[in-house]
Design a protein around this ligand. Structure first.
Ligand code: RB5
Length: 150
């Protein structure tokens, strides 16, 4: 699995912890920045990661900012992206099982590195349930995108 990763200055400290986890667990990754602590806009990193996933260049995306909120709002504007904003393991697992989320956003000012890894681990290692009612709901999201993005 290839994972697109990105952060702004508010999430910069979580990214090396994530990279270490990805390396140790056999995930490929593409790092879309940012690369320093200079104040920057989350928008461009969320867009780069979301586009990489939407185009199929990467399988999943993980985004960090201060709260995860700005990143998730932007990522969810990209057609084909279902970004879960998760700060607990249960939600991370459920957003894969029920929503087939392909991107996740977290806030460095909300969770520490240990919990972040547990959340990411659940996100990357849980498959979509495929249950008919969840598939129907996801297909309604796809249909809504088709209508609204014309
Ligand atoms: C930056 O201060 C902060 O606003 C940003 O990282 C993020 O939390 C926005 O949603």
């Amino acid at each position: 699995m290839k994972v697109a990763i990105g952060c702004d200055h508010g999430g910069i400290n979580l990214k090396p912890v994530l990279i270490d986890y990805l390396n140790k667990n056999g995930f490929e990754y593409v790092d879309f920045g940012c690369f320093d602590t200079v104040s920057t806009d989350y928008n461009e990193y969320a867009l780069a990661v979301a586009n990489a996933v939407a185009k199929g260049d990467c399988d999943k995306g993980i985004l960090f900012c201060g709260t995860g909120i700005g990143m998730s709002i932007v990522a969810n504007k990209v057609r084909g992206i279902r970004c879960g904003h998760c700060h607990d393991v249960f939600s991370a697992k459920m957003t894969r099982l029920h929503n087939d989320a392909n991107v996740m956003a977290l806030g460095e000012r909300v969770v520490g590195p240990g919990l972040m890894i547990e959340i990411v681990d659940a996100f990357l290692n849980t498959e979509f349930s495929g249950d008919i009612r969840h598939a129907r709901r996801v297909s309604k999201i796809v249909a809504l995108e088709e209508k609204n993005f014309k």
